[in-house]
Design a protein around this ligand. Structure first.
Ligand code: WTA
Length: 654
């Protein structure tokens, strides 16, 4: 986040109360109610969740102990039996919801589909039977590499139904990135599509899968291919199968597997501070409960709401708040394949108008892009159906917040700024729209049952408006359980940075924050080597590893620099091997190389050649200086630890 944004967030003093007309109809109507709920939960978080689990979810068998906490390992609803696909589908089939739209889908070229709960249930059962017939069993992992089409949600739910864990890989990741994830997850099957539409072009997903599994991924035995874009693709006999062909004879009856509450539901890879992305592990019962409750209260969901989250299913936001949270609540969830593009800058508002979207959830980077495209696009459409707006992914700058409030929300929609992470599974800090007065740029207060704080490295709470580390002090149902196959990395990444306080372990989120005089949290951004590019997490080390895998590169250091639209952009400093010389062409090649290794989101905005990188005497790159240089700022901090001061002079001269 840029210094300018931090500055403006620091000075933000405006407060917006929920409109009276909204509050009257809301399920949680006042701060008094929130405070009561929060106090109740704080007194006994475990009992609080147990009551809700009983009331809100279907269990085949009730659990014994609610929480088994052996820090940092938590088990929720121990020995309970549950199936999240049952909670998302079957239980809505008896009453009026059976014919209610579960999923409304709009394709980029303008095609569309609506699946009722009954229809979605049928398709999920069919896909579950198809993948079962391929030998996928409870406990196996399935890779999902898809565009934004209904079959993506169907594939996730089909896996959950038979007890296989899914690992969705964002369709914008390259085949190299896909390969690494499939290898780590040891996926048995990959579900993909021939292609997907993105900005009027076809993204050749199946080709990428072919490349990814051509060598060194022996675990993958089958590939199930959904037909979407219909261009020619290669189908390998015996390995690749068309979904539409197998579906024809697949039964629509598939009893849900009785899963243990702690059985693996999915592994989702996310960037950390090392080159290798980590597999965040989520299990079944706690994740189901927490995404259900946060969706229900944060979006004050009503039976006639039409809810739309613009994220991609490949990220946690898509998992928790396109698929599981909404469907568990029996809500109507909209899925859109496209993105605003020069040929159709108003496409988002068309979707809102066409389907009468009532709740709209997007990211600050998208809001900034809308501002740039001009008010005429939203102004031309009827957005009067909207009643709640949401944002996620990065701190929202107050100017963007105000624009969202005025131009999209017509000053009548509460804005819920939700702070959370892949690791947390669901919203941690968020307003409740009928209760919480909002302040532009603040994710406000913790969700009931969440004990959050801002502390120093010793775990002591810092003072009012003082900066510190954002931590969570009590386990919550959808917390990540571990890093896939790597308990040590789980422990060291999240539980050892901050000293345990009075024997209590604190979850360290990796974000810096402060708490204001009203107890509101202001999240300032990452304090580790994780960048936030257009709301997507990317490790500096990942991009560095990609760069040094190119033969021309001797050494690379990557930092982020503030960017008006993306929030942050990738800036790479590179030193070359002797036999290569600097050129613009080489810069382009290196950018392309990063795209090939990781994906388009990682493409460096700028590459700067250097003779040497600034290092400490012990050989550590001093990123602080590089960040200053990338942002065009004066160098901040002590330069006396530097090995060779002349390096800085050269870098300054560019
Ligand atoms: C950032 C996305 C400020 C934060 C759900 C976090 C935010 C990282 C917000 C997680 C917000 C997310 N305000 N910062 N409302 N939401 N972040 O795992 O730095 O892709 O640690 O999860 O995004 O990114 P992730």
């Amino acid at each position: 986040m840029s210094e300018a944004t931090i500055e403006s967030i620091l000075q933000e003093k405006r407060v917006f109360n929920p409109p009276t007309e909204f509050t009257e109809k809301a399920s949680i109507k006042s701060m008094e109610e929130y405070n009561k709920l929060y106090a109740l939960a704080k007194q006994d978080p475990t009992g609080f969740w147990a009551k809700l689990a009983e009331k809100e979810l279907h269990w085949f068998k009730r659990w014994g102990k609610t929480l088994d906490w052996q820090p940092p390992f938590a088990k929720w609803f121990v020995n309970g039996k549950i199936n999240i696909s049952y909670n998302c589908l079957d239980r809505h089939l008896t009453g009026h919801r059976k014919d209610k739209p579960a999923l409304i889908w709009e394709g980029e070229p303008g095609d569309s589909r609506t699946l009722t709960y009954t229809q979605l249930h049928q398709e999920v059962c069919q896909m579950a039977n198809v993948i079962k017939a391929m030998g996928v069993k409870k406990g196996d992992r399935v890779g999902i590499y898809m565009p934004m089409i209904p079959e993506t949600a169907i594939a996730m739910l089909a896996c959950a139904r038979i007890g296989a864990a899914h690992s969705v890989v964002f369709g914008g990741f390259s085949s190299e990135a896909l390969k690494a994830r499939l290898q780590d997850a040891e996926a048995k099957l990959v579900i993909t599509a021939d292609g997907g539409w993105r900005k009027d072009k076809i993204v050749p997903l199946k080709d990428a899968v072919d490349n990814a599994i051509a060598t060194d991924v022996p675990s993958v035995k089958n590939v199930l291919v959904v037909q979407r874009t219909k261009q020619d693709i290669e189908m390998k006999e015996g390995r690749d199968h068309w979904w539409h062909e197998l579906k024809e004879n697949a039964s629509t009856d598939c009893p849900p597997e009785h899963m243990d509450s702690e059985d693996l539901l999915f592994v989702l890879y996310t960037s950390g501070t090392t080159g290798q992305p980590k597999g965040v592990v989520h299990t079944t019962g706690g994740y189901n409960l927490y995404t259900h409750m946060t969706f229900k209260w944060t979006f004050d969901i009503k039976d006639d709401d039409v809810y739309w989250c613009t994220a991609d299913v490949g990220w946690i936001t898509g998992h928790s708040y396109i698929v599981y949270g909404p469907l568990s609540n029996g809500a109507t969830t909209v899925m859109y394949e496209g993105a605003p593009r020069p040929s159709n800058p108003g496409c988002f508002w068309d979707v809102v108008e066409k389907y009468g979207v009532t709740i709209f959830y997007t990211a600050p980077t998208a809001i900034r892009a809308f501002i740039k495209m001009g008010d005429e696009h939203p102004n031309k459409r009827d957005l009067s159906s909207l009643r709640i707006l949401g944002t996620v992914g990065e701190p929202i700058n107050p100017e963007a917040w105000i624009w969202y409030h005025k131009v999209i929300g017509n000053e009548k929609c509460p804005i819920v700024d939700t702070w959370w992470q892949t690791e947390t599974g669901g919203f941690m800090l968020t307003p409740l729209p009928g209760a919480t007065p909002t302040k532009p740029g603040s994710a406000t207060l913790p969700f009931p049952g969440i004990i959050a704080d801002v502390v120093d490295l010793e775990g002591n709470s810092v003072g009012e408006n003082e900066g510190g580390y954002l931590v969570i002090k009590h386990p919550w149902p959808s917390m990540m359980r571990t890093v896939y196959k790597n308990d040590d990395r789980f422990r060291s990444t999240y539980w050892e940075h901050i000293a345990p306080k009075d024997g209590k372990y604190l979850y360290f989120a990796g974000d810096g924050a402060r708490k204001d005089e009203d107890g509101y949290f202001w999240v300032m951004g990452r304090v580790d080597d994780v960048m936030n590019i257009s709301g997507h997490r990317l490790g500096t080390m990942e991009v560095e590893s990609a760069l040094v895998s190119h033969p021309a590169v001797a050494e690379a250091a990557v930092v982020s620099r503030p960017d008006e639209l993306k929030g942050e952009d990738v800036y790479a400093f590179v030193t070359l091997e002797d036999s290569y010389s600097e050129s613009d062409e080489l810069k382009q090649q290196l950018k392309q190389h990063v795209v090939k290794e990781i994906g388009a989101i990682a493409r460096p905005g700028e590459i700067r050649f250097a003779d040497a990188l600034p290092k400490t005497r012990s050989g550590k790159i001093i990123r602080r200086f590089l960040r200053n240089l990338a942002a065009g700022e004066e160098l901040v901090g002590d330069i006396s630890t530097m090995e060779d001061l002349s390096v800085l002079d050269k870098l300054r001269q560019g």
